[in-house]
Design a protein around this ligand. Structure first.
Ligand SMILES: Cc1cc2nc3c(=O)[nH]c(=O)nc-3n(C[C@H](O)[C@H](O)[C@H](O)COP(=O)(O)O)c2cc1C
Length: 348
């Protein structure tokens, strides 16, 4: 739901924007670290079959911007029952994900733990920097790269290069988080039937959003962005099925201890927003495009389709791929594609 942007806090928006710029530096740093591998926190649909849980909702909320009561009002703390189509996917949780950190890849500088932890659990951290000229060059190159990013709503059927999406998601999962509790799950949706379920739910809810839930100013603000998808007055989201990749970013407002009790998460929304920014930067770095989208009203249905537990809620829905040959984007005057840097950033 495009309009959900308006219901995000300003902090959410600032974080998403900031991390998109900052993430690439960290992204580049990630490659080549030599610590032992640890799987990324990525899941395919859960196989758990709980007795009950919150399921669908016709009311908006539960997403990034709205009242999340529908998603966070479980009748059970177990995982949502996966839809029939989700249950068909035999892939084990996290299967096929690249190790993180990455071994054997050259990086422009070194930053690494050295030695054994002291009595406080800290370890020496050694950094070998890069020449100033190289830093300036890389900063400019990265800015230019990120300026190429546009939200794309029309995708080519071109398959993604093998392993690239998984690598980008692993990068997203390297973001900082409150108390390092990593309150996120990235669900890579490969199951076509689940994709169809999600699209149907999002389109149905979006029709209600436009008909009943959104004020006129909201509709007017987003109309130029989505005009190509609303031909004939209907609301369509073909990219949910057309894009070769689809990632649902799940926020965990709270976690689970091994015994099932609640684990408090700190700043989960800020943390997952940063991770989403990392994902966007990583995709852009790999020449891929996405649409940051907020499926207002369909969050609980999507969570159920994915078989995710009650302590997760849909944060963003991100189709991923290459622009279709006939893709369009909202026009922006050349050289004025974004807010001038002097407005976006000030020096005090
Ligand atoms: C938090 C957030 C939510 C968004 N939700 C939607 C959405 O539901 N549907 C949509 O078409 N675009 C959505 N967008 C994309 C914005 O419309 C887009 O980022 C904005 O118009 C700037 O265009 P650009 O990304 O091409 O620079 C969202 C963007 C953000 C950051």
């Amino acid at each position: 739901m495009e309009g959900a942007v308006g219901s995000l806090t300003s902090l959410d928006m600032v974080l998403l924007a900031l991390c998109t710029v900052v993430a690439g530096l960290i992204l580049q740093n990630l490659l080549g670290q030599k610590a032992p591998a640890k799987p990324a926190a990525v899941a395919s649909p859960s196989r758990k079959q709980p007795s009950s849980s919150s399921t669908s909702s016709s009311a908006p909320g539960g997403g990034s911007g709205g009242d999340d009561s529908e998603v966070l009002r479980p009748t059970s703390d177990a995982a949502a029952p996966p839809s029939a189509s989700a249950a068909r996917d035999p892939a084990p949780k996290g299967a096929g994900m690249p190790d993180q950190p990455v071994a054997g890849v050259a990086t422009p500088f070194a930053a690494t733990q050295v030695g054994e932890p002291d009595s406080n659990g800290h370890v020496a951290f050694r950094y070998t920097g890069m020449p100033a000229a190289e830093a300036a060059k890389r900063a400019a190159e990265f800015q230019a790269l990120m300026q190429l990013r546009r939200s794309v709503r029309f995708f080519a059927p071109t398959p993604l290069p093998e392993g690239v999406l998984e690598r980008c998601v692993a990068t997203a999962a390297s973001a900082p988080s409150g108390a390092h509790l990593q309150p996120w799950t990235f669900v890579i949706v490969r199951d076509r039937a689940v994709r169809a379920e999600i699209r149907a739910a999002v389109e149905a809810e979006e029709r209600l959003n436009y008909a009943k839930r959104m004020k006129k100013g909201w509709v007017d603000d987003v109309a130029p962005l989505v005009s190509g998808l609303h031909a004939g007055g209907d609301v369509t989201k073909p990219y949910i099925e057309d894009a070769p990749g689809l990632v649902v970013v799940m926020e965990q407002p709270y976690g689970r201890e091994a015994d099932g009790s609640r684990r408090t998460h700190y700043y989960p929304r800020e943390s997952v927003g940063l991770a989403a920014g990392f994902l966007i930067a990583a995709l852009t770095n790999a020449g891929l495009f996405t649409l940051t989208s907020t499926p207002m009203g369909a969050e609980a249905i999507i969570r159920t389709s994915l078989g995710r537990p009650s302590n997760e809620r849909v944060f963003l829905l991100m189709p991923i791929g290459y622009p279709a040959a006939e893709a369009t984007v909202p026009f922006r005057a050349p050289g004025a594609e974004r807010k001038p840097t002097g407005e976006a950033a000030i020096i005090v």
